[in-house]
Design a protein around this ligand. Structure first.
Ligand code: FEO
Length: 398
């Protein structure tokens, strides 16, 4: 038994690694609870490795693979997804097992050249949507899932054992701390990090995610083996349900007020608006200072709430730089089913509200009519306008 591997079923091992060192996923998204890169090893008649792990973790990964493999040769390496958090240790595996055949689709093959200069010919098994790979004691069927998360992304399904190897789909942030399986882990405490992973990493491709989930829906799935996070064997429907909800932009009552403020004037407007929303009977109001909160948390929290209100102070005749960054990220995400409100402040010439109004033209937002732009500290008329904003938000949210 290798150091970190865990038996999932007969001749199937989890060989994921935990990464608690990397501060930022994709060098952008905070990882306060780390992340796991999962790989799986099939050790039946034919041996088959499912993906690898980030290169920074290759030594412990290789240790696990070689210990489990013993004297056996590795027949196949299936590459479901070429992003380097999963493909980073391919060179080490190829060096150890030079006879191995890599399994992927045409896009996989092209990307493996792009990223590793791998010239794959006889040692590449090209599969297309619906193709099977016979491993002797089991067969894998491949289903392409383009843009979830990359163009080459695909999953594989072991129909005999009803196991889905789902790559990024159904994964989440956070290390796997001993509790490999959903029946051992507390998913409720991890759910926020799963949603933050989905919304920021996969969220832009939600339409494609819905298509992928619908494509896989006829399969009877007893176990889901993703490349991040826990393995689902007791209640795989739980993560499918959450992913479906997120991919379909299903929202609940609630408002996130995300504001940028230097000296408290815009913050005051955020708090006033929150109070008026509460008076209107809106539940689940969250006020977030964007200077203290990474945009990935804001995007994740807004995703399930119907209302988003952005408030910014003016900085150099434009919206505060961190708000510019947030609206840029929100523009990329193209979230659906959200009501938008805006407000802001300025000292001598405007800029913040002008930028927010420009952002509010995005057709994916249902923007309320009233907006507020205070000069300096808000006055009685601004306060009245905030009240009006709360009423209009309620009309669209309740
Ligand atoms: Fe976990 Fe898209 O790679």
């Amino acid at each position: 038994m290798s150091i970190r591997s865990v038996e999932i079923a007969e001749n199937l091992y989890y060989i994921g690694v935990n990464d608690r060192e990397t501060e930022l996923f994709e060098n952008m998204w905070p990882l306060p609870y780390g992340v796991a890169y999962n790989s799986y090893l099939l050790t039946g008649e034919k041996t088959c490795l499912m993906d690898t792990v980030k290169v920074s973790k290759s030594s412990e990964f290789v240790e696990d693979v070689t210990e489990l493999m013993g004297d056996r040769d590795l027949d196949y390496l299936v590459i479901h997804h070429v992003e380097p958090d999963h493909s980073g240790s391919i060179p080490q595996i190829l060096e150890l097992y030079p006879n191995i055949k890599i399994v992927g689709n045409q896009k996989t093959k092209n990307m493996l050249y792009d990223y590793f200069e791998l010239k794959l010919e006889d040692n590449f098994v090209l599969v297309e949507d619906g193709d099977e790979l016979d491993l002797g004691d089991r067969k894998l069927t491949f289903y392409t899932t383009p843009m979830v998360h990359w163009p080459e992304s695909m999953v594989s399904y072991d129909a005999q054992n009803k196991i889905l190897f789902s790559q990024d789909i159904f994964g989440g942030f956070g290390t796997v701390d001993g509790a490999i399986f959903d029946d051992q882990a507390d998913y409720n405490s991890k759910r926020d990090e799963y949603r933050r992973y989905y919304t920021n990493i996969v969220g832009k491709y939600s339409k494609m995610a819905v298509r992928a989930i619908e494509k896989l829906s006829p399969l009877e799935i007893k176990t889901i083996c993703p490349v991040h996070g826990i393995v689902w064997r007791e209640n795989p429907a739980r993560i499918v349900e959450d992913y479906t909800k997120w991919a379909k932009y299903e929202v609940e009552e609630g408002v996130v007020i995300a504001y940028a403020s230097m000296y408290g004037n815009t913050a005051l407007m955020a708090d006033r608006l929150a109070r008026y929303l509460a008076e209107e009977g809106i539940k689940n109001i969250e006020v977030i200072d964007i200077s203290k909160t990474h945009p990935s948390y804001i995007i994740s929290r807004v995703w399930e709430k119907k209302g988003l209100v952005l408030g910014a102070c003016t900085y150099n005749n434009a919206a505060y730089p961190l708000m510019k960054n947030l609206i840029h990220l929100l523009s990329i995400q193209k979230m659906q089913n959200h009501v938008l409100g805006i407000f802001g402040s300025y000292g001598w010439s405007g800029g913040a509200v002008k930028d927010l109004l420009e952002f509010a033209k995005a057709p994916n937002f249902d923007t309320i009519e009233t907006y507020v732009e205070a000069k300096g500290r808000m006055k009685a008329e601004d306060d009245q306008a905030l009240r009006q904003m709360a009423k209009e938000l309620k009309e669209k949210i309740k």
